[in-house]
Design a protein around this ligand. Structure first.
Ligand SMILES: Cc1ncc(COP(=O)(O)O)c(C=O)c1O
Length: 365
């Protein structure tokens, strides 16, 4: 296989995984949970159509979010997805030294830049573990993901808490927090940390990318300022219905059960990919793995020719073309991915490597 590595370039922050899927491709590029939204949630959304003649009323959904995270409703702002939260935050903030910790989801930086801020990047090297010392002491706005897209790394709550201080807004993007059973490293319940803003999304776990539903947990004064900037009725009635439903204890328990099963499938896939010779980023905690291979971009193209879409890594600051993000799917999909990779990477000794790798996928459902 040709392993020539193209030149580094400024990443396209507005590139997203959905641009890499398409008809006839098995989708390992997008991180939305398979088989979602679940039927009970889809039914609630269909039922919500009966209420569409009225303007949306966020009271019940806001109370549900507050109760789920044990915060007062004044510390909750419902948004049209996490994406709207980043834009509102960027527009209300007047930071002198805004810092974005990369590699991470690129919209927070894009929103800050669009709002006229000069963003400084803190780029973590592999294995992408954050040390609070990495962040300049006088940064007055810090954005970090947990677990982080695309690295899947879960930072300890204590590490992130160390970044919070008076005079600084610390934004933790927890769009993938419910990939972790029990959410032990989530800061969503920490109303006591100065300047902490937690951003959450319903997109990934509940399969609602097209609905636009998310929320912010923040000090009441910041919630008020963001709400003042938010277009009236920005969150639709179906999105409010989904938000309330997904904060109910049964829904949280469903996500938790899925997260436990995801952990088993993720570990098995990580072992299988390592057997194939790929470097798999450790401490993965989300619904995807970040992998590096010397064949990088060429491998990604060959996978595509073989009907498999994975997410390119080079549009994330701090990653180059050798990196790809791979969604953790069901066992059959993982087998297909591993078979195809074994064939592409190990032509001659394909069978032996394939057997070793698929043994790792063995018992996982
Ligand atoms: C880490 C992260 N945060 C936020 C988002 C956006 O979420 P939403 O669909 O709620 O705007 C994404 C989407 O890819 C993401 O990966």
């Amino acid at each position: 296989m040709d392993t020539e590595v193209p030149e580094q370039h400024e990443p396209d922050l507005r590139h997203h995984g959905d641009a890499e899927t398409g008809p006839g491709l098995s989708d390992f590029a997008v991180n939305v949970r398979g088989g979602t939204p679940p039927p009970w949630l889809a039914q609630r959304l269909r039922d919500s159509v009966a209420g569409l003649a009225a303007y949306p009323d966020a009271t019940a959904a806001r109370a549900a979010v507050a109760s789920r995270h044990r915060r007062p409703p004044e510390e909750v702002l419902l948004t049209a997805g996490a994406a709207e939260a980043f834009v509102l935050l960027a527009r209300v903030s007047r930071p002198r030294r805004p810092v974005v910790v990369h590699p991470q989801f690129t919209e927070p930086e894009a929103a800050l830049t669009a709002a006229g801020h000069q963003v400084e990047r803190v780029v973590l090297p592999p294995d992408f573990v954050l040390d609070p010392e990495d962040v300049p002491a006088d940064a007055d706005l810090v954005m970090v993901g947990n677990p982080t897209n695309p690295t899947s790394v879960l930072h300890p709550a204590a590490t992130l808490a160390e970044l919070s201080r008076p005079g600084r807004t610390l934004v933790v993007d927890e769009a993938f927090a419910d990939c972790v059973a029990g959410e032990p490293e989530s800061l969503a319940g920490r109303g006591d940390l100065p300047g902490l803003v937690v951003v959450r999304s319903l997109t990934k776990t509940w399969g609602l990318a097209g609905l636009r539903a998310g929320y912010v947990l923040a000090p009441p004064e910041l919630v008020r300022r963001m709400a003042d900037l938010q277009p009236l009725w920005s969150v639709s009635t179906p999105a409010l219905v989904a938000t309330e439903a997904c904060c109910a204890p049964e829904a949280v328990a469903e996500a938790d059960a899925w997260a436990r099963e995801l952990a088993v499938r993720r570990a098995a896939l990580a072992r299988a990919l390592a057997k194939l010779g790929l470097e798999v980023t450790p401490r993965a905690a989300a619904s995807f793995l970040l992998v590096r291979s010397p064949e990088g971009e060429v491998l990604r193209h060959r996978l595509r020719e073989n009907g498999i879409a994975v997410r390119r890594g080079d549009t994330f600051p701090g990653l180059g073309p050798q990196w790809s993000r791979v969604a953790v799917r069901d066992q059959e999909s993982s087998r297909r991915l591993v078979r195809t990779l074994a064939h592409l990477l190990h032509d001659d000794e394909g069978d032996n490597v394939l057997n070793a790798a698929t043994r790792e996928l063995g018992g996982c459902a």
